[in-house]
Design a protein around this ligand. Structure first.
Ligand code: SF4
Length: 294
């Protein structure tokens, strides 16, 4: 029984060692918020986090394949937490290169600080971030966040991140213009909290792999990861970044380049009879077979 459980959880342990992420289950997963936030995600299937299953194996295998193919993505680019938060707001509906220009402008104009963003007139802020698109709306969102920061935390991001994850998430979601993806990006990338970020790339890839239905909502998709992986900010950081890489370069919106996809293993004979195979018989772009040693 013990071996079976171990086999399900610690797939390809040598690779886990390589990537420096320990997939062993431990109480460390529940650190940071006293387990309250994570418990939200365990209510439906309490045991899913702790007991291996097909979904867990599939999710972990996808991670391992992507990591092996692309390596560490070193996200999120940003010198400090406030810059990451600004980036998370500015990146809505635009390419990152446009955000970079906006961030550079903010820095050059000395605006990328809590006081700078608070004191700059809305119109000037909109001009400074013009390259990010929807600049009037985004300027209002930045202002809304900064107002929230001053009203509740005296303008200190550090103080804000002392709040427990589930409470802070609720507060962020109450800010006008901050949706779940942005709130979770802030928590994960600026606050180093173990919250999985779901974006359009994640949704597209999982849907094509038939791991979710096209109608799956944000929370359902998030649960898929938070119930089946250790609650580890570093792991979630890397996983999301890898999905973005795959979605941008290979699993594109209109024409996925499945021939180059690291999730497809073609023409490889099984080396061991005991290899565990997960297949997707109705896979729309040819059968995907994930093979793991037990
Ligand atoms: S096999 Fe094709 S459709 Fe599936 S994730 Fe890879 S690129 Fe996307």
């Amino acid at each position: 029984m013990e071996n079976k459980r171990k086999g399900a959880l610690l797939i390809d342990n040598s690779l886990n060692k390589d990537i420096g992420i320990n997939l062993k289950l431990s109480r460390r997963m529940l650190k940071g918020d006293g387990g309250r936030f994570s418990s939200l995600f365990r209510s439906r299937r309490e045991s899913a986090v702790f007991i291996g299953g097909k979904e867990m194996v599939k999710i972990q295998t996808i991670y391992q394949r992507l990591y092996k193919a692309f390596g560490p993505q070193n996200w999120w680019p940003g010198e400090d937490s406030l810059e990451i938060i600004a980036g998370a707001i500015l990146t809505q509906n635009t390419a990152w290169t446009n955000v970079e220009k906006a961030i550079r402008n903010l820095k050059e104009q000395g605006l990328l600080s809590a006081r700078g963003l608070r004191d700059v007139p809305l119109e000037d802020l909109a001009k400074a971030i013009r390259s990010a698109g929807y600049f009037n709306e985004k300027a209002k969102k930045l202002k809304a966040f900064i107002d929230f920061l001053f009203i509740n935390y005296g303008g200190s991001v550090k103080r804000m991140f002392k709040k427990e994850t589930h409470l802070l998430r609720q507060e962020l979601l109450e800010i006008k213009g901050i949706g779940r993806e942005t709130a979770d990006s802030i928590l994960l990338y600026a606050g180093n909290r173990a919250v999985f970020v779901v974006d359009a790339y994640t949704r597209r890839i999982l849907s094509r792999l038939q791991l979710i239905s096209e109608k799956a909502d944000y929370q359902e998709i998030q649960q898929l990861f938070m119930q089946n992986l250790p609650l580890d900010a570093q792991l979630f950081n890397e996983f999301h970044a890898l999905f973005v890489r795959l979605g941008k370069d290979i699993c594109k919106k209109t024409k996925p380049d499945c021939g180059r996809c690291p999730l497809v293993r073609k023409g490889k004979k099984q080396k061991r009879k005991s290899a565990l195979q997960i297949s997707y018989p109705q896979f729309p772009y040819g059968e995907l077979r994930l093979s793991l040693r037990e």
